[in-house]
Design a protein around this ligand. Structure first.
Ligand code: G3H
Ligand code: 13P
Ligand code: ZN
Length: 311
């Protein structure tokens, strides 16, 4: 099966009250762990590549690895640019075979965000590629950009209809209190999301797919594993799974997960070296790391996203 856009996936997910997992990929083992889980669970997939991932691994290497995953799984897979910040970057990914791009103009003024997003949409749609836009800012770290709590802002529902109409985007990322990275909520406080904003957006844009960034649960088992094997992570708190399930049953059709992949990989490798200090063959420690990613993704597909069996 060739690469697909997310159009069909989102339509079915919206109607079926589930969500598609959008997992960040940076190397072969991560791609294998995710796609092997999806194959076993017959789940549609979005594999997303950040500008940093593209710099780290090279566009062509990542595309060829994803092509290999397509051959091995025969699943509907969409390859997506995560947090594109310029027209040129989006164009380069579209020209290079991506089927979906995000143009993140959320740090611009409303008018400048619309102008930049519209420009990307025109080029993308001319090439059969879909576009995700963003309104509202998430706290946390993406690439070299660090958004502080003061600079983060919830999406204003009063702007969403005009934004979608004037830009022509195919999906919209909104800010309802999630954030990037492993430290999403203050220790000792109860994680809370603004479901009232999501409800209002859903009412104003019926049937329109919404995207949730910063949606790792920061799985405690892996944070514990890191800290038990030489790491030193302070209280790391993610988005509770029941909140993600609730969002998936609403208008959220795409849930972004990166930090949980990083934690699974790092925890497993730390444990491996702690238990096998003399080993130095990368296959020995990457194998359990890949297996941990696979099990973690399987859990998400079944128990969080609900997209198992939907390919
Ligand atoms: O939202 C950000 C993703 O976790 C990608 O992170 O830009 O460090 O690759 P990165
Ligand atoms: P996490 O840091 O919560 O995994 O979020 C990833 C993300 O939103 C990628 O765009
Ligand atoms: Zn993000």
């Amino acid at each position: 099966m060739p690469l697909v856009t997310s159009t069909e996936m989102f339509k079915k997910a919206y109607e079926g009250g589930y969500s598609i997992g959008a997992f960040n990929v940076n190397n072969m083992e991560i791609i294998q762990g995710i796609t092997e889980a999806a194959k076993e669970e017959n789940a549609p997939l979005i594999l997303q590549v950040s500008a940093g991932a593209r710099k780290y691994a090279n566009h062509t290497y990542l595309m060829k690895l994803i092509e290999a995953a397509l051959i091995e799984t025969d699943l509907p897979i969409c390859v997506h640019l995560d947090h594109g910040d310029t027209f040129e970057l989006c164009k380069s990914c579209i020209d290079g075979g991506f089927t979906s791009v995000m143009i993140d103009g959320s740090h611009h003024s409303f008018e400048d965000n619309i102008k930049l997003t519209r420009e990307v949409v025109e080029y993308a749609h001319d090439h059969g590629v879909v576009v995700e836009g963003e309104l509202g800012r998430l706290e946390g770290v993406e690439d070299d950009v660090n958004v502080s709590a003061e600079d983060a802002s919830y999406t204003n529902p009063a702007q969403v209809q005009e934004f979608v109409q004037r830009t022509g985007v195919d999906s919209l990322a909104i800010a309802i209190g999630t954030s990037h990275g492993a430290y999403k909520f203050k220790p000792g406080t109860k994680p809370q999301l603004r479901f009232d904003i999501l409800e209002e957006v859903e009412r104003l844009l019926p049937g329109f797919p919404i995207v949730l960034h910063g949606a790792s649960s920061v799985i405690p088992e892996f944070v514990k594993m890191i800290n038990e094997h030489g790491g030193n992570m302070p209280d790391a708190i993610g988005v509770p799974e029941d909140m993600l399930r609730k969002a998936a049953s609403m208008a959220v059709c795409k849930i972004n997960i990166d930090s949980d992949l990083r934690l699974a990989m790092t925890g497993t490798i730390r444990k491996y070296f702690d238990e096998n200090p003399s080993h130095f063959d990368p296959r020995q420690y990457l194998k359990p790391a890949r297996a941990a990613i696979k099990e973690m993704v399987r859990h998400k597909l079944i128990n969080v996203l609900g997209c198992n069996g939907k390919a």
